[in-house]
Design a protein around this ligand. Structure first.
Ligand SMILES: Cc1cc2nc3c(=O)[nH]c(=O)nc-3n(C[C@H](O)[C@H](O)[C@H](O)COP(=O)(O)O)c2cc1C
Length: 199
């Protein structure tokens, strides 16, 4: 799989097989995160990898899933992530910002995961106070994101968006449909508003 394929085929996954991810693959994802672009090369991102069964349940309880189709989009018992990566900014390395670095690191991680057959959900809706407590994260680290991971047990599809409705939905067969804005609606040639792709 090449980078373009991973970038275009990857979809957010919220149903996972209960099959552990080998540690060397998890380390590969984290290494891809480590080498992501970083403003000023400050590299403030740090990671807590969670695979312990009891902790998986605790971390799960701090997360909010799929706002447009809640509670249906929340992974059910037996379909939950088998690992999490909690993405932090160590403020001793970068006193402000760092969130954009985290986003670049997350994207590296989730594309590498996809290439390995592993699905992910990038999560920002987090009860950060509880998560900090559960994982003993020090105050000088900001909790940016959680990446939920596991082998894929669903195959969401994209839909060309018509109108302004960005809400994803599930059909009668439980397939997740994710609307995406058309290229012709978001790309302009030389000056804003100058469309050059037929929509
Ligand atoms: C910054 C960011 C935060 C997100 N937070 C959540 C979240 O808290 N819960 C969730 O279920 N999905 C979350 N998502 C996943 C989005 O819902 C998903 O990317 C979007 O529906 C598009 O689907 P796709 O990733 O398959 O293209 C987040 C994505 C991003 C980029």
């Amino acid at each position: 799989m090449n980078v373009y394929e991973a970038a275009t085929k990857r979809r957010t996954i919220r149903k996972f097989l209960q099959k552990p991810i080998p540690m060397e693959i998890l380390m590969k994802l984290l290494n891809a995160a480590r080498l992501a672009p970083s403003a000023g090369n400050l590299q403030p991102c740090e990671y807590v990898l969670v695979t312990d069964k009891a902790l998986l349940d605790s971390v799960f309880s701090t997360l909010k899933w799929a706002r447009y189709i809640a509670p249906e989009g929340t992974p059910k018992e037996g379909e939950r992530p088998v690992a999490y990566v909690v993405v932090l900014v160590n403020t001793k390395k970068a006193s402000e910002g760092g969130e954009i670095d985290c986003a670049a690191a997350v994207e590296n991680m989730i594309l590498t995961a996809w290439e390995e057959g592993i699905g992910s959900c990038w999560i920002a809706s987090i009860n950060r106070d509880r998560l900090r407590e559960i994982l003993s994260i020090p105050e000088y680290c900001k909790i940016c994101f959680v990446v939920a991971l596991g082998y894929r047990a669903e195959e969401p599809v994209i839909e060309e968006m018509s109108g302004d409705d960005v809400r994803y939905w599930k059909d009668e067969e439980g397939i997740l449909h994710v609307p995406k804005r058309r290229l012709g609606d978001i790309v302009f040639m030389n000056c804003y508003g100058n469309k050059f792709i037929e929509t």
